[in-house]
Design a protein around this ligand. Structure first.
Ligand SMILES: Cc1cc2nc3c(=O)[nH]c(=O)nc-3n(C[C@H](O)[C@H](O)[C@H](O)COP(=O)(O)OP(=O)(O)OC[C@H]3O[C@@H](n4cnc5c(N)ncnc54)[C@H](O)[C@@H]3O)c2cc1C
Length: 668
């Protein structure tokens, strides 16, 4: 009797909580709209949530935020918050379920050579389904953007926006000048156990630095920093939108698919949208439409609206508003699931230890433990394979020496200029001394020119590692889920991961940071609800293969470090189907491997490229305004001229923060 009563009480509480959770935000969303708004934002993803918050901060400005996804179901909201449940969100109702076209040079281990591209559909967009890793990329990425003609986007220019968005919770970084302390996005260290320490120690034994890769350290290793708070995911909707949903000047409508931006004489005057089964409707804008529909959604919408490559639009009989290379410049990080190391050391968990009762208690009481750690990511590293210490440990010293020589020569040059001036003054008195000095000056100038070549430390990282404290395939229960989200052929899964069931180990993922292979997005039809054609052209450039192989070979050297030897970590050597007959571990083998196991890191960017106004490959100017029209901007991951050296969510947040300042200070 007592048990039944307890059961009923608990069930009642759970259902009551579910009902409350499911309905608590509903009243904040609109079913009807005003006729016009000052600003219309398309897409409530990472960028859209930031913009909605910042633009509506002025109560005199009216803002409309439109999102295609519906309100999140109770189950989805639970899975969104619970970090280890992240993979259950892909291929579900919260995912657009995009797919690439079959890849000619890659994805051979996937069914039909197709890569599945998850993108979030609902409040928070992709920040609600991502793996929460907080990584800003390298300072050199943004300096490169500036050099490419994006004035105002150097590292010095963007750093304040990273700081404005962040509220770091990590003890060691509480005083760091590279981190923000009062922003909406909480950044935590949710790693757990010994695996992060072991990986970082091993990397140090290979000559790498341990340091804050979101701070002063250019390359090296660190524990994963994540966008979470006490073990709960923080979506960009949680951070930026939910706290301001009660602002009367901010209207948010869900389940609205924006089908077109409307123009009058090249000025954006509103948008057309599809809401449920109702006839298409429109809403007008007084100031600007801001498209934040993501790297796929934004070019899709622009092309449907007549902004895109002229001949492509004409083929589909879409009237051309502006002839721009929309959809080009598609870049994504690709990774491969190698190398992996097996161990019997209890310092590394099995999946049954991860999902144990004690870990559940740890998580629910303290927000700590393995279950708080997104996809068990323990550490990350940024390296430049051309400089890699794993190839040649003296490189780091060389790097430091080159930097020192550069600084010394800068100083010598200043001194030399000084002595030049002095010598000129005394030149008439002592021609001999002057001639010597000229020669000396020439020598110094020569050596200074040589040292002006950027010192090696100036280079961007070209490979990133994610190190997880589990082996892929360790938990057979999620095999079907994994196959479903990755589109991996089951025979590939079985031969690679089948024997990992229940085992301990460390999984390294090797990521290509700056692919030379670029792809594109094009319309499949003029139906706004039909997905566009996505072709990343993965690994179509041979250099990409070489860099990935360098990255794998470097990481394999971890096996020989004493940190790995102490836990008995052994390289897992299993030949993948399709690569039989090629010598295991040779470069030819790894080439075959990466062409088979080409996995997206889910970081597509670049399809509405920002650039100098005169750059014919740019869609946007550095103020993110669409060229050739008025009153229309794009702000999201699609604006990146070059992909950054890290995960993309923090950079998109920064982009939207900066865009909000540009929009609010604009007079157009
Ligand atoms: C599985 C996965 C793991 C990832 N892991 C990480 C990670 O660990 N760390 C990290 O930094 N990054 C990660 N990312 C990438 C990162 O989350 C994205 O780069 C970022 O969220 C993109 O933000 P965005 O604003 O450009 O687009 P989105 O967040 O995708 O927002 C676009 C929004 O627009 C809406 N929309 C699209 N079209 C329309 C339309 N026509 N009408 C109305 N609404 C529309 C969409 O529904 C969506 O809500 C991951 C991504 C995935 C998929």
């Amino acid at each position: 009797m007592a048990t039944t009563r307890a059961f009923l009480v608990v069930t009642g509480l759970v259902l009551g909580f579910a009902w409350w959770w499911g309905t608590s935000r509903k009243s904040s969303f609109r079913e009807t709209l005003y006729r016009n708004y000052d600003y219309i934002i398309v897409g409530a993803g990472t960028a859209g949530c930031v913009l909605a918050n910042r633009l509506s901060a002025d109560p005199n400005v009216s803002v409309l935020l439109l999102e295609a996804g519906e309100e999140t179901s109770f189950l989805n909201r639970w899975a969104i918050q619970f970090p280890v449940a992240a993979i259950t969100l892909q291929r579900g109702s919260f995912d657009w379920k995009y797919e690439t076209v079959p890849q000619k040079h890659a994805c051979v281990g996937s069914n039909n050579n197709v890569s599945f591209w998850a993108r979030g559909k609902g409040l928070g967009g992709t920040s609600s389904i991502n793996y929460m890793m907080y990584s800003r990329g390298s300072r050199h990425d943004y300096n490169q953007w500036e050099e490419l003609g994006c004035s105002g986007w150097s590292y010095a220019n963007v750093l304040p926006y990273f700081l404005r968005s962040e509220s770091v919770q990590i003890k060691e970084l509480l005083k760091s000048q590279y981190h923000g302390h009062e922003g909406p996005v909480t950044v935590s260290d949710d790693t757990y156990g010994e695996a992060p320490n072991i990986i970082i120690e091993a990397a140090k034994q290979l000559g790498y630095k341990e340091g804050d890769l979101n701070g002063e350290t250019d390359y090296g290793f660190m524990r994963v920093q994540s966008q979470s708070n006490k073990g709960l995911r923080q979506t960009m909707a949680d951070a930026y939108l939910t706290p301001v949903l009660d602002r009367p000047n901010l209207h948010v409508m869900l389940g609205v698919h924006v089908s077109k931006v409307l123009f009058e004489d090249k000025r954006a005057v509103g948008i057309e949208y599809i809401h449920k089964d109702k006839p298409r409707n429109t809403v007008s804008v007084k100031k600007e439409v801001i498209v934040s529909a993501g790297t796929i959604g934004s070019p899709h919408l622009l092309m449907l609206s007549g902004i895109g490559p002229k001949s492509h639009l004409q083929d589909l009989q879409i009237p051309v508003v502006a002839d721009l290379p929309v959809g080009d410049n598609l870049q994504d990080h690709v990774m491969t699931d190698a190398p992996s190391f097996e161990t019997e050391s209890p310092l590394v968990p099995t999946t049954s230890e991860i999902i144990s009762f004690s870990m559940l208690l740890q998580y629910f009481y303290h927000g700590l433990g393995y279950l708080a750690s997104p996809v068990m990511l323990a550490a990350t590293g940024l390296i430049n394979t051309k400089l890699s210490t794993m190839h040649n440990p003296s490189n780091i010293e060389h790097d430091i020496e080159t930097k020192q020589a550069y600084e010394e020569n800068k100083q010598a040059n200043v001194e030399n200029k000084q002595s030049d001036v002095e010598n000129k003054q005394s030149g008439s008195e002592n021609k001999q001394t002057n001639a010597e000095s000229k020669q000396h000056s020439k020598d110094i100038k020569q050596s200074n020119t040589e040292n002006k070549q950027p010192y090696l430390g100036n280079k961007q990282p070209d490979v990133q590692y994610f190190a997880a404290s589990v082996l892929f395939g360790g938990e057979p229960l999620i095999k079907n889920n994994y196959l479903e989200i990755s589109n991996m052929k089951s025979e590939v899964y079985n031969s690679l991961y089948g024997a990992n069931a229940g085992k301990r180990g460390l999984q390294i993922l090797t990521i290509l940071l700056h692919p030379k292979s670029h792809g594109r997005i094009r319309l499949k039809s003029i139906d706004p609800l039909e997905h566009p054609i996505i072709d990343p052209q993965y690994l179509s450039h041979q250099e990409d293969i070489e860099t990935l192989i360098d990255g794998i070979e470097n990481a394999m050297k971890l096996e020989k470090t004493s940190a790995f030897e102490e836990i008995g970590a052994k390289l897992v050597q299993r030949t993948i189907p399709g690569c039989e007959g090629i010598l295991y571990g040779s470069r030819a083998y790894w080439e075959c491997y990466v062409r088979q196991q080409t996995l997206t890191v889910y970081h597509p960017v670049g399809t509405c490229k920002m650039g100098h106004r005169d750059d014919p490959t740019a869609v946007l100017d550095p103020q993110l305004r669409v060229k050739g029209v008025i009153g229309l901007r794009v702000a999201d991951a699609s604006i990146m001229p070059k992909i950054i050296s890290g995960n993309t969510n923090a950079a998109v947040t920064m982009i939207a923060e900066k865009a909000s300042d540009m929009i609010l200070s604009s007079t157009s």
